[in-house]
Design a protein around this ligand. Sequence first.
Ligand code: HEM
Length: 438
Amino acid sequence: MSSISVPPGPPGTGRHGSRRAFDRDQLGFLLHQRQYGDLVRFDDELYVVNSPVLAEKVLKHTNSTYTITRDLLGDEADGGRASEDLARWMRARSLAGRGLNRSGLRAAGDGLAATAAHHAESWRARGRIEAIPALEELSARLIAEFCLGPEVGQVPAQVARLQDARLPGTVPLPLPARWPSPRRRRLHRVGRELTSEVSRLLDRRRRRQEDSPGVVADLLNAACDEDAITREGAISIIVANLFAAHETTAAALAWLFLLLDQHPQVRRRVLAEVDRELAGRLPTAADLPRLVVTEAVVKETLRLYPPLWLLERTVDQPTELAGYPIRPGQRVAVSPFVLHRDPRHYDQPTAFRPDRWIDRSAATPLPKYAFMPFGGGPRTCLGAHFGTVAMVIATATVIGRYRLSRTPGTTPAFSTRTILQPQGLSLDITGRPQDGET
Ligand code: HEM
């Protein structure tokens, strides 16, 4: 163990730490601080991890040495999830995970493209969209249909309302533990409305006993019947999926369309692949292995712009990291954004180069946590596979039919307020380019 008991950090670290510098430019600050080492002191309470090995150590030991004390809505449970709640959550997530895995997706994933095509057609009719709200609407519907079947009631609209009501600070770093109560009350009211709509739709599916394998609601209803999960557990996992999925997927797709507009030669390669492999039909989950360039574009987008750019844990048990003692109550942050731009693991780390993901046979293997847009360990993203598949299918569907270009004269802002997104991105939608046209 190091003879100095705290890791190094930028000047000004201490009780109030680097808060002001961080607030001025959050991502710039995080990239700058990594020069101090693999474990950096942000302030007395918060350390930042800058290596895949330490990231793995922290994320793998979540639920034991480390805990998640803030839920997806930014609401902070005092002392973290109680252990019986945690056990219930882990059981529910493992059941829902079965519906979101490869075989579940093979069974139910083919509706994704039809929904994406329908939305894209309405964008084309409008000619121009605000990318984030339009893609959030699409993502909310994709995940709602996948979890609940084609009948989604008020769910997509309620998810959007819940997002508006969400507390600031879903992305961590020191924030007051409690925010003013009117906002919290609204959040809980909107949350209750969504919960009761999900509950109604679950009941409806059970009554109809529709035969559509892979729909997450059916798996959860069956698990409730076998007493493997409580009804509250089933509802909470669907609500969590809806909420965790729509904003992240939408932000990632917004970055992707912006990147393709900025890199026409890559867009042309995606288009050529889509034409060759699909010949005008809509993609299905079975086409994925052949949409190699499209998938590489998705991965490269998630590398450069991971929507969840900072993951936070609270220390529960005394431990050590990089030889420094870590005490209960302290917090540790891992930034996918920083790890994804580490020149030790990526050539030209700031360049958009989808080819780095194609034919990696000659490349040095990446350390496990050098690419982690979906987190890792026991609380890794439940929708990592679904999210990737939905992005590939939506990209192939939209790019195969339309041309999306940034509205001239507009510049999106690089926003880290909640998740990392190109705020204010406006896209013009026209018919797809003719052969040979750029
Ligand atoms: C591009 C899209 C997505 C990205 C980048 C993403 C990223 C992440 C990350 C990084 C985490 C871990 C947070 C942490 O460690 O603190 C997470 C958690 C989660 N994600 Fe995703 N996600 C995406 C899409 C989805 C989708 C489509 C679903 C559902 C179908 C989903 C469901 C969840 C759930 C339920 C959790 C919480 C897991 C838990 O706490 O046990 N996500 N996501």
